[in-house]
Design a binder for this molecule. Structure first.
Ligand SMILES: O=C(O)CCC(=O)C(=O)O
Ligand SMILES: [Fe+2]
Length: 619
């Protein structure tokens, strides 16, 4: 079994998913609760080490009394590194062989476990916890329609008390702040003082932790010089840190973009009512650091200044507010500078070409729990994905000659798309700008290169079939489906009831490798799964599609796979199948290159009946 926590978090998570799929709901609850608990404690330790070490390095005696050439900065970095290494050693259960896996972090940071957990709680007869899980999920995904419906459903049950619903992932300051605001409503000024002062400390602590979490590893994608490497990593962290404010500004889903300064607003009034004028003035000055032109606060200031006991020197902003605002302003300026100055084409080009050369596997065979398969990211930019989705949508609307509007796999979804051959056909007849075909070719060539690299394929490999497909939930289909968008299958054989996979027609027996390049993630459901049998009683791995991600595998029975129901939205991906058999090579691809090069030779077309371009479809 895995020895480190991130892995065992995934391990527990996967077991939870598996228990859920097999209707073992008590196990599901158990696994997910443990997974969440493990992840939380790992995260606290990690943040704790980073914060403690920063603090220690700050306090340590410099090796030389004068700072020359920013050497003090590097001295501290070195000391901090040593400290972090030692700190992690103290928690071998968390950091042994520790290797941060951003995929895992994402699962937990996006509260994925609650998507399963609420159902498992419900099934084990705990609708209160089911409701709280649904609520917890909604706090970070406030617009999730499916979860909103679930919560509504739970809240209508007679043994569910909405007053007692909890956000399982709430930070300490959330309840302190809510209590403080309630005290204010009840004119309990001491209550405001106590809760808001405590909430302020807890909030700043939570923000420091959030920022510390941003100081993780960063895959540069190529090998830059020393200084560019530092500034790249710094920028990456800084962008992440800037998101902490927004994230923490959500009070159980309610967005506050002024959460931190509003503490000072409450406090100035409470202190005034309690007769602590100096403290009231300090709170006013602190608030004005954030919003210097705020009229209410400026008129408060005027009013307080007029009081006989108040002196001008009282309006001194608080220490923590000064530090916070100065840092905020500085960071914003740096980011603005970066965004403005690094726009130039040459830099983008460099970065792009450099990352081109670097082949990065996101998930390995071990992580996917099966042989001859891998997942890789970064194969397409957001813009490229949008362009191709646009292409699919454009021609689906015109009615693209597909056989049947609906999906061949489930009546709950519409299945539409465009093959490479069809894109070629459209370009040839001037119905489509060549840029689309160019992009289609380029991205699929990249996929092929990665497949060849990963599987170390020496024999000649041909494209056999390429198809961009969007699977869309039909508006009338239920939102809580748990069927498949694409049943578990193998790509080059037919699974018989006996479990044997027969390599005969109608299977596409010549297919040797399969790859799918995903174009989006803004839909519900649609996860790709590897399973060990046709009924998916044993799921080996679940992969979430997203723009630029590819999954590749050998096409045989060793790689049974399927797609879970697309519950809402539209899921677009390019499926690509490769063969070693020249007979099944896709001739349209080489024609496509000629069409794009503008040296179209009509002899070439004579060997291909153009009308077949339209009919050749894959179901
Ligand atoms: O779209 C996917 O993720 C997989 C589709 C698939 O397995 C197929 O078309 O054979
Ligand atoms: Fe498939």
């Amino acid at each position: 079994e895995p020895t480190n926590t991130t892995e065992s978090c995934v391990y527990l998570y996967e077991n939870g998913v598996e228990a859920y799929l097999e209707n073992r709901f008590a196990d599901c609850v158990d696994f997910f609760e443990k997974a969440l608990q493990k992840y939380r404690s790992y995260k606290k330790k990690l943040q704790g080490c980073r914060l403690k070490c920063k603090y220690d390095a700050e306090l340590s005696e410099p090796l030389y009394p004068v700072d020359v050439d920013n050497l003090l900065f590097y001295e501290k970095a070195v000391k901090q590194t040593l400290c972090i290494m030692r700190c992690k050693k103290e928690y071998p259960e968390h950091f042994d062989n520790f290797n941060v896996n951003p995929e895992t972090e994402k699962l937990f940071e996006e509260q994925k476990p609650y998507e399963y957990l609420h159902i498992c709680y419900f099934q084990t007869g705990d609708p209160m916890k089911a409701a709280s899980s649904a609520f917890t999920y909604l706090v970070s995904h406030p617009d999730d329609k499916v979860m909103q419906t679930n919560l509504k459903h739970y809240s209508s049950m007679k043994n569910v008390n909405m007053e007692e619903i909890e956000n399982f992932e709430a930070e300490d300051y959330v309840y302190l702040y809510v209590h403080g605001a309630n005290s204010y409503e009840h004119k309990d000024w001491r209550g405001v003082e106590e809760n808001m002062e405590e909430s302020l400390v807890a909030y700043l602590q939570a923000e420091e932790e959030c920022r510390a979490q941003c100081e993780g590893p960063f895959d540069q994608g190529w090998y830059p010089d020393f200084i560019p490497s530092i500034s790249n990593h710094f920028t990456f962290c800084l962008k992440c840190k800037q998101k902490c404010k927004t994230r923490l500004g959500s009070l159980n889903g309610e967005k506050h973009d002024d959460l931190l300064p509003s503490h000072y607003h409450y406090l100035q009034y409470a202190y005034f009512k309690l007769g602590h004028l100096r403290k009231a003035c300090e709170a006013v000055a602190s608030y004005l650091l954030f919003y210097p032109d705020d009229e209410t606060m400026l008129s408060n200031m005027k009013y307080y200044s007029g009081l006989p006991k108040v002196q001008d020197t009282f309006f001194q902003p608080r220490e923590e507010a000064i530090r916070y605002v100065q840092r905020q302003i500085y960071e914003t300026r740096i980011l603005k500078f970066i965004n403005k100055e690094f726009r130039s084409k040459t830099i983008e080009q460099d970065t792009y070409e450099a990352s081109e050369r670097n082949f990065r596997v996101t998930l390995t065979e071990k992580q996917l729990r099966g042989a001859k398969r891998f997942v890789s990211d970064g194969l397409a930019s957001e813009k490229e994905c949008k362009t191709l989705i646009g292409l699919a949508k454009m021609f689906a609307k015109l009615g693209d000659g597909y056989e049947g509007e609906r999906s061949p796999h489930t009546i709950m979804e519409k299945f539409e798309g465009i093959t490479l051959s069809r894109a070629l056909f459209l370009v040839y007849f001037r119905l489509l700008k060549p840029d689309y075909l160019d992009l289609y070719l380029k991205l699929t060539e990249d996929v092929k290169r990665r497949v060849q690299d990963y599987f170390k394929i020496k024999k000649k490999l041909y494209f056999s079939y390429t198809q961009l497909v969007c699977r869309s939930a039909l508006p009338e289909s239920p939102k809580n489906r748990h069927d498949f968008s694409h049943e578990i299958h193998a790509d080059n054989c037919n699974i018989l009831n006996s479990g044997v996979c027969e390599k005969s027609p109608p299977a596409y027996t010549w297919r040797d490798y399969s790859a799918i390049l995903y174009l989006n993630s803004n839909f519900d459901g649609g996860e790709f799964i590897f399973a060990s049998d046709k009924a998916a009683t044993h799921v080996q791995s679940v992969i979430e599609p997203r723009c630029g991600r590819m999954i590749a595998f050998t096409s045989g029975s060793e790689n049974l796979h399927g797609v879970k129901a697309v519950r809402s939205g539209s899921r677009c991906a390019i499926g690509i199948w490769f063969t070693h058999d020249e007979k099944y090579a896709d001739e349209d691809r080489s024609i496509a290159y000629h069409v794009l090069d503008n040296d179209i030779n009509f002899d070439m077309f004579s060997s291909v009946d153009i009308s077949t371009l339209k009919r050749k479809t894959n179901t």
